[in-house]
Design a protein around this ligand. Structure first.
Ligand SMILES: [Zn+2]
Length: 769
């Protein structure tokens, strides 16, 4: 038994040795694994910074602390201050400073209280991450061990970053960068020596000394540090003198508040989001929009949004989602750059460009402007007057509705809808049949961002930076395209369209822009939605596209709210802060045409006045002038045929218009020479013309409603001449060869007029019951 015990009895020394080894092993394992994998498990504020790194907007962290994400590096001035104040030997010690500990033990024993903590910045970092307020010896020991461990895995710079990013700076302000913005409204890199020194002394006792309390003690502490730095030759004498004369800042600055709506666009993102926003433009746009919205409020208009896009890169440089104030009662929270609203006339340039590109008309060709009935749809102009005929580019910059509806009827609603989608307007996504011709007059809905981007895409197409697709971006270094459009039209048509848009009538404040050297050339367009609910204005130059929307987020209209009165002045005010730019170079894909001065079409030998015009190549497909026609005229100024004209007849050229067109055209063009009447002796040779259906005095029943329409037929002997159709005074169009048309009569009495090119008229009256 004794032997057995003896055999298993471990000698005492060996036992101690083993215990020590065991303790050491446990300690080593503890040492290796003591640090948590995620050092600081705390929520951070969401920050939005501009392209230069300047803070635009911040959101408080979920634990109600203003805690900005960990900074990349500590600015040199702050490092000098914080090391001088907290830990002079930070760069030399391994996380724990034995000399400081020895001194602390001596001093604390001498004064019998804690007068020195001997905490290094590394130990303070550990204290911050452990969130432990106890100042016991055990806690201190743990801090030391963790500090040594931290130094094994992290560089000195990383530890300084961690400390600076998590140190308390009073109240709920955590971290150097937060404090810098909160107290000085600037980034830490831009702070003075005095400001850095103040921030360096704050974390030491943030609860006792801060900007609201004990300000003089805070200043003394700051100045003492500055003096210390001067004594150690870290500051020159003049730097020191300037620094101590600086006053302390006022308590808590409001953090920059320049991009309220933009932050919400990145709900899924966290930490610091580096955007493409240009800080200065964003700030100035904010100020201008803010002031402008005050004027608008007097008209009961409460919301507006604006965007600035770099035409060459597609980067969004300024983003004003709305005017938002605390306690806002007018839905200022809503980001109107994303909201889909009725487009008014703002899409007309796209149709014009598409139609020119398709070769449907030359850029200056006359287009109809008189009351028209498109299968029951009767658009009217904003100003209810008609020119009869108007050049297409003028119709565009005057934003006339009837020419636009006519052009869309030629181009095709479904085709235009597809074009809009390719131009980046994703909200125009209903079946084409639900839009009809009203699509171009406000029936299509768009958001301001995509709308402005599609204008920017037009401009981009004409620059050296032209891309095979144009996309706008909001975040740097990430593929986050906000809007994508494709150049589907030829450069010539786009150039022609933008040129036409430089002539848009400007608001009163800008009426004489050409007279001022600072007056800038901008291609721009306005839009006003039905019921005066939305006022739009979009402009482009070779460098910048700006879009403006004004109205009420809740959708209620305001009498007098228009694109020209309300949105355009703001558009030009915003352009006022942009640097002036050159204009686009004329693209290569254009050609010189001989053009009829009156009709804007390619000239024929009958066109009296012509001039040379540079048009897109697509003008090849357009017809020659259809208006100038030759007639034989006798000495009594009557039209005659060769067979009945008698002697002294002469050929003369006339600008021939259908009767209803002539009616309106003559009013605007008093010098217009109407076609002379026929000589009576020649009338007999006019072709026969009869209305076959509906018959004179007929009564027609439309059981399925008037929208069904009735098919009308006319007999006309001459196969070469056109007939002009008019129902109840509204021009319906013309026919040639086969004379049939669907009529949409009104309930009750209707009158149909048919006129031939020679001015002969037949009329039939019928009743719909
Ligand atoms: Zn002509």
């Amino acid at each position: 038994m004794y032997l057995l015990i003896k055999r298993f009895k471990i000698p005492f020394k060996k036992q101690i040795k083993r215990s020590l080894w065991l303790a050491l092993s446990v300690f080593i394992i503890y040492f290796i694994f003591c640090l948590p994998g995620n050092l600081f498990d705390q929520p951070y504020s969401k920050l939005l910074v501009g392209r230069e790194g300047k803070l635009l907007e911040a959101r408080i962290a979920s634990d109600e602390q203003w805690r900005f994400p960990v900074i990349d590096s500590v600015p040199a001035k702050f490092e000098t201050c914080i090391l001088r104040f907290e830990d002079k030997n930070f760069r030399k010690h391994p996380g724990v400073n034995p000399i400081a500990i020895g001194r602390a033990l001596y001093l604390n024993a001498k004064y019998k209280k804690v007068v020195s903590g001997a905490s290094t910045i590394t130990m303070q970092t550990i204290r911050l991450l452990r969130s432990n307020g106890d100042r016991t010896i055990t806690e201190k020991l743990i801090e030391m061990i963790w500090a040594l461990r931290l130094e094994c895995s992290y560089s000195k710079n990383e530890i300084l970053n961690l400390y600076s990013s998590h140190a308390p700076f009073g109240g709920n302000v955590v971290g150097l960068e937060t404090a810098s913005w909160r107290y000085f409204n600037r980034s830490p890199n831009e702070l003075s020596w005095a400001e850095n020194a103040m921030l360096a002394v704050l974390p030491n006792a943030p609860g006792l000394i801060h900007l609201n309390k004990n300000r003089s003690k805070l200043r003394d502490k700051r100045n003492k540090l500055l003096k210390d730095m001067w004594s150690n030759e870290e500051l020159s004498k003049s730097e020191y003198e300037i620094a101590i004369s600086e006053p302390l800042p006022e308590p808590l600055n409001r953090l920059p508040h320049y991009a309220f709506h933009l932050v919400d666009r990145f709900k899924e993102s966290s930490g610091k989001i580096k955007s493409t926003i240009d800080f200065n433009y964003q700030k100035q746009f904010n100020n201008i929009c803010d002031n402008y919205s005050r004027q608008m409020k007097q008209q009961n208009i409460h919301n507006l949004s604006a965007v600035l896009i770099d035409v060459k890169t597609g980067e969004i440089l300024s983003y004003i989602g709305n005017i938002y104030k605390d306690n806002d009662a007018h839905a200022g929270m809503v980001d109107m750059l994303k909201s889909v609203r009725s487009s008014g006339s703002i899409l007309k340039p796209m149709l014009y460009a598409a139609a020119v590109s398709e070769g449907l008309l030359t850029p200056e060709q006359l287009v109809p402007d008189y009351p028209m009935n498109f299968y029951g749809y009767r658009p009217s102009n904003y100003n209810p007057q008609f020119d009869g005929l108007v050049p297409a580019d003028e119709a565009l910059f005057r934003s006339l509705n009837i020419p636009a509806a006519w052009l869309l009827s030629k181009y095709g609603v479904a085709k235009m809808k597809n074009s809009f989608e390719q131009m980046g307007m994703t909200s125009i996504n209903r079946p084409a049949s639900t839009y009809g011709l009203s699509m171009i007059l406000g029936g299509a809905e768009v958001n301001l961002l995509e709308l402005t981007a599609s204008y920017a895409s037009f401009a981009n197409q004409l620059t050296d930076s032209a891309k095979d697709h144009f996309s706008t971006t909001l975040i740097i270094d990430k593929q986050t395209n906000e809007s994508i459009s494709y150049p589907i039209l030829d450069n010539g048509s786009v150039y022609t369209t933008l040129s036409a848009l430089t002539n848009t009538y400007r608001p009163e404040t800008e009426a004489y822009w050409k007279n001022f050297s600072s007056g800038r050339k901008v291609a721009w367009k306005t839009g006003t939605s039905f019921g005066n609910r939305d006022a739009w204005a979009v402009g482009v130059t070779p460098d910048y596209a700006i879009g403006v929307w004004i109205g009420n987020s809740d959708g209620h209209g305001v009498s007098g709210l228009t694109g020209l009165n309300n949105a355009a002045p703001l558009l030009f005010e915003l352009y006022g802060i942009m640097p002036s730019t050159d204009w686009f170079y004329e693209p290569y894909d254009m050609q010189t045409n001989t053009v009829c001065k009156t009709s804007g079409m390619k000239a024929t030998s009958f066109c009296k006045e012509t001039h040379s015009k540079v048009f897109p190549l697509s003008s090849d497909k357009t017809p020659n002038c259809i208006y100038h026609k030759p007639y034989l005229i006798n000495t009594k100024n009557e039209r005659v045929f060769k067979t009945c004209g008698g002697p002294d007849t002469q050929q003369d050229t006339f600008f021939v218009l259908a009767p209803i067109v002539s009616h309106y055209y003559q009013k605007k063009h008093p010098s217009h020479r109407a076609l002379p009447p026929w000589n009576k002796d020649c009338v007999g040779s006019n072709p026969k013309m009869n209305v076959l259906y509906p018959i004179q005095g007929g009564r027609i029943s439309l059981p399925r409603g008037e929208r069904e329409g009735i098919s009308s037929k006319v007999f006309y002997e001459n196969k070469k001449l056109e007939l002009y159709w008019e129902l109840n005074g509204l021009f319906l169009g013309s026919t040639k060869g086969i004379h049939e048309k669907i009529l949409y009569p009104i309930k009750g009495k209707n009158t149909l007029h048919i006129t031939d090119e020679n001015g002969n008229v037949v009329k039939t009256s019928f009743e719909v019951i």
